[in-house]
Write a protein that binds this ligand. Structure first.
Ligand SMILES: Cc1ncc(COP(=O)(O)O)c(C=O)c1O
Length: 404
């Protein structure tokens, strides 16, 4: 059990609610499963910091050999602070500013995934300004449908991400001819919550043809970065990564490039739960509501993506199960943590655990409705845990504001 009831009870008594609780052991188990299944390919696992950028979580992964995939100057700052080796950091994202590109170059990261011709020109300018040669990888858009939610589909033509193969050819020629650019890799990222290795296989086959053409044109790459996106079964464990390793393995070996993966959700989702407290129960026509002190500003995935998180009571009350919507105090009808959940009627004050909340939970949280953000806790041993981010206060809400 990732969240033993006795320990969670002690945590919430100390920290209050809502609170994110993460299991260090579970994160390491997930990384271990990846390492084991991909052993013959020896990839670099660059943790997608956006999934959960808490410094303690990041440090745990850095200490255990992972690299980082960052998508902003802020994430790069966090990754360096957490102790990731710069030579294991890659920088992705469709809109990096000149300052962010220069920051990445000064930091000596492994490479930068560029997503447009104009970004490549900006990178060249930044590298020239620093008298450096920028290691570049081009994010291709292989036009593969990963059959996932439209907001997390990124590898289809028509999305803002990556460039088509034809355009990618132009980017590589430009990089090859530049004194300040060195083409080192090829990248794709197809989307998130992908539950089959097929989309990866399709994208990889197209990428392999393209890489061979590049070789004929004198562009010899070192890295193949197949992104993240490996899914988590609705509300629970990561999908076993073995099937992914077996599917991509032969093509990767044949190409002979160093493999990079950018897992985010699959490493941390199941390792986190959001603990909330029952404030009130109420009825609205046929519907039963449990109103909790956790809301969409704490966990936006249900409202944003229609994500379904299992909800379990910390203490199971007697009585038959009733269907509830679990909603928060935010003034939006879309503010719910779960809908149509079966639970024995909880008492006021009862703790509910919203499971599989370790990824895109706190990192997507906000202060909407002027709600201070939740605390975060890392369980570090059987009976040990630490607050790894303090609950925000009302003062934090206005800390950056200037009175006029
Ligand atoms: C470029 C890139 N890499 C990796 C990831 C991580 O995806 P996931 O958390 O689904 O593994 C994302 C997520 O949006 C991404 O945009």
């Amino acid at each position: 059990m990732n969240f033993p009831a006795g320990l969670v009870k002690r945590i919430v008594e100390k920290t209050g609610t809502p609170v994110y609780i993460y299991s260090a052991q579970k994160i390491l188990d997930n990384l271990g499963a990846y390492k084991k299944q991909f052993a013959s390919l020896q990839p670099l696992f660059c943790y997608a910091m956006k999934a959960n950028s808490n410094g303690a979580v990041a440090r745990l992964l850095a200490r255990n050999g992972a690299g980082a995939d960052v998508v902003s100057g802020g994430e790069l700052y966090r990754a360096l602070r957490a102790g990731f080796d710069p030579r294991k950091i890659i920088f992705s994202g469709v809109g990096k500013t000149a300052e962010e590109l220069a920051y990445a170059l000064r930091s000596g990261i492994l490479f930068i995934n560029v997503e447009s011709f104009e970004e490549l020109e900006a990178l060249e300018r930044a590298a020239a300004g620093l008298k450096l040669k920028a290691p570049v990888s081009v994010r291709i858009n292989p036009d593969v449908d990963p059959h996932t939610h439209k907001f997390i589909t990124t590898g289809k033509i028509g999305s803002k991400f990556g460039v088509a193969f034809k355009e990618a050819g132009r980017l590589y020629s430009f990089a090859k001819a530049s004194r300040h650019l060195e083409p080192v890799g090829l990248h794709f990222h197809l989307g998130s919550q992908i539950d089959s290795p097929e989309p990866y296989a399709k994208a990889l086959a197209a990428a392999a043809n393209f890489i061979r053409r590049l070789e004929k044109d004198g562009v010899k790459l070192k890295y193949l970065d197949i992104g993240g996106g490996w899914g988590v079964k609705e509300g629970s464990e990561m999908l076993p990564p073995g099937i992914l390793a077996r599917t991509v393995g032969p093509a990767v070996k044949e190409l002979g490039l160093a493999l990079i993966l950018e897992p985010g959700r699959s490493l941390v989702a199941a390792a986190g739960a959001l603990a909330v407290r029952t404030l009130y129960r109420k009825k609205s026509g046929p519907k039963n509501y449990v109103i909790t002190d956790g809301a969409m500003n704490d966990l936006i995935r249900p409202a944003f993506y229609g994500a379904r998180h299992p909800v379990i009571p910390l203490v199971r009350r007697r009585g038959k199960s009733v269907r509830f919507d679990i909603a928060g105090p935010v003034c939006e009808s879309g503010d719910f943590l779960a809908q149509d959940v079966g639970l024995p009627v909880p008492l006021r004050g009862d703790i509910l655990l919203v499971l599989s909340a370790g990824a895109y939970g706190f990192s997507m949280s906000s202060q909407y409705n002027s709600r201070p953000r939740a605390a975060e806790v890392l369980i570090t041993g059987k009976n040990s845990w630490r607050v790894v981010r303090k609950r925000e206060t009302y003062k934090d809400l206005v800390a950056g504001e200037i009175n006029v």
